[in-house]
Design a protein around this ligand. Structure first.
Ligand code: UD1
Ligand code: CA
Length: 458
């Protein structure tokens, strides 16, 4: 049986170069904290335990991840990566294999980590290394004449000759817990930075004859760390490009893969077309042949097959049926449920409302806390007055109702099936089924009335 896996995530760094009051690992990548991405990769490895080392502003990190089911280890002072890992290891079982991850290196693929763990096998130390054109700043991998790893030298401690080495330490390492604990206890901070370097365990392992294995990431982006807003933006673009690639691989048409942002989970049916500048947040599901026009924002919503979302809509927590037409410039707010073939046109806002099959509200309306039957036509400018200043009330509109333009429906109110409401009405009482109801001041004409004219100046 192989050793249980325990993961240590280092997240104590201050993130000075972010120039932010927020701990670095809480900054968002694709709508979620950096640390959430690392935790997700960690979880795919099915570890027996995950330990997060936190420091600067760490209470906020703990709070944000209170439900994450991780062990917390506080590193009060940042004394180096070795010191950081040592804060977590007392809680790690001696039989475990320890994998070290970084809260600010979010694009690491679980496949790469799996390969690293395989290389660690039982009893070896495995390092993830990469060959870089510009190795400046990274720890260099120093190999002996036989090509075996001998030690790691940090950039600031490197001789000119060592600094010329292009194979670098990515920081990701896997090692047996019992040995790791012993090595960490032996670390000294006699180096350029006065820190306890995790990287010094390599030479210790070599001295004990522990085999060192190395593996490399498939893509260099996997090892990119976030230290500044520039790097955060760079990592965001890489991540979004990867999302776009995945969608196109599944057959989704993206008018421009560089102008799509998925901040959550997007699943698409067949022959979906997504135009430019569309943002998906949370969990969004698009059915077959859905078309999403430019400049749309969709959050936590479901869109039925053959529905077209025209440009410039904001859609949140809505459940849209098949073959609907939404927008341009529509706003669907939480708890909106549209049946099949519904049309919601420009400058229409719908909130907490159910709309029946084939009903249409094409222009300039507010529909809130309303239940609308099927085959209903809501005229331009219709407003449900759902709020009396203290409480919200419901409006109920039966099947095949026709509401004339510029109607105010003062809730609570019911419009019976098949009723017609005359344009410009203020409906405060039940409008009976099948009848015409209207409230309207009578039109009058004053024959021969003359407009006032300006008095002539003397
Ligand atoms: C480290 C490695 C270096 C490697 C580089 C890759 C060491 C000594 N050096 O260098 O070989 O090439 O990463 O990016 O390990 N952290 C803590 N507590 C601390 C110090 C750091 O939690 O006391 C965390 C930081 O938040 C960060 C990570 O550890 O997530 C790396 O720390 P950083 O100072 O950036 O390491 P480097 O000096 O870049
Ligand atoms: Ca450092």
């Amino acid at each position: 049986m192989s050793a249980p896996l325990e993961i240590v995530i280092l997240a104590a760094g201050q993130g000075k170069r972010m120039y932010s009051d927020m701990p670095k690992v809480l900054h968002h990548l694709a709508g979620r904290p950096l640390l959430a991405h690392v935790l997700e990769s960690a979880r795919t490895l099915k570890p027996a335990a995950v330990h997060v080392v936190y420091g600067h502003g760490g209470e906020r990190v703990r709070k944000a991840f209170a439900q994450a089911g991780v062990n917390w280890a506080r590193q009060a002072e940042q004394k180096g990566t070795g010191h950081a890992v040592a804060q977590a290891t007392p809680a790690v079982s001696d039989q475990a294999t320890v994998l070290v991850l970084y809260g600010d290196v979010p694009l690491i693929r679980s496949q790469t980590l799996q390969e690293l763990l395989q290389a660690a096998g039982s009893g070896s130390l495995a390092l993830l290394t990469a060959k870089l054109e510009q190795p400046a700043g990274y720890g260099r991998i120093i190999r002996d004449k036989a090509g075996q790893v001998a030690r790691i030298v940090e950039s600031k401690d490197a001789t000119l000759e060592e600094a010329a080495v292009r194979e670098v330490n990515t920081g990701f390492v896997a090692a047996p817990a019992d040995k790791l604990k012993k090595w960490l206890a032996g670390l000294r901070n006699h180096n350029a930075q006065g820190e306890y370097y995790l990287t010094d365990i390599i030479a210790m392992a070599v001295a004990e004859g522990v085999p060192i294995a190395t593996r490399s990431p498939r893509d260099i982006s996997e090892i990119l760390g976030v230290n500044s807003k520039q790097e955060l933006a760079q990592v965001e673009r890489i991540y979004q490009k990867q999302q776009a690639e995945k969608l196109m691989q599944q057959g989704v048409t993206l008018c421009d893969p560089a102008r799509l942002d998925v901040r959550g989970e997007l699943s698409c049916g067949r022959d979906v077309v997504i135009d430019v500048n569309v943002i998906f947040e949370g969990k969004v599901v698009l059915g077959d042949r859905v078309q999403v026009g430019p400049n749309n924002v969709l959050r936590d919503s479901t869109v039925g097959s053959d529905t077209i979302i025209h440009p410039n809509c904001v859609i949140e927590q809505a459940d849209i049926g098949v073959d609907c037409r939404i927008g341009p410039f529509a706003r669907l707010r939480p708890e909106t449920k549209l049946a099949a073939h519904v049309h919601v046109g420009n400058f229409v806002e719908v909130k907490k409302s159910d709309v029946g099959e084939g009903s249409k509200m094409n222009h300039l309306s507010y529909i809130g806390d309303t239940s609308i039957g099927s085959g209903v036509n809501i005229g331009a400018g219709t407003i449900t007055c759902n709020y009396d200043g203290a409480n919200k009330h419901r409006t109920v509109i039966g099947d095949h109702v026709f509401v004339g333009s510029n109607t105010a429906l003062v809730a609570p109110v019911t419009v019976g099936a098949g009723a017609t409401i005359g344009a410009g009405s203020v409906i405060t009482k039940e409008a009976p089924a099948g009848e015409l109801t209207l409230t309207r001041a009578p039109q009058l004409t004053k024959p021969g009335w003359k407009r006032p004219v300006k008095k002539a100046k003397k």
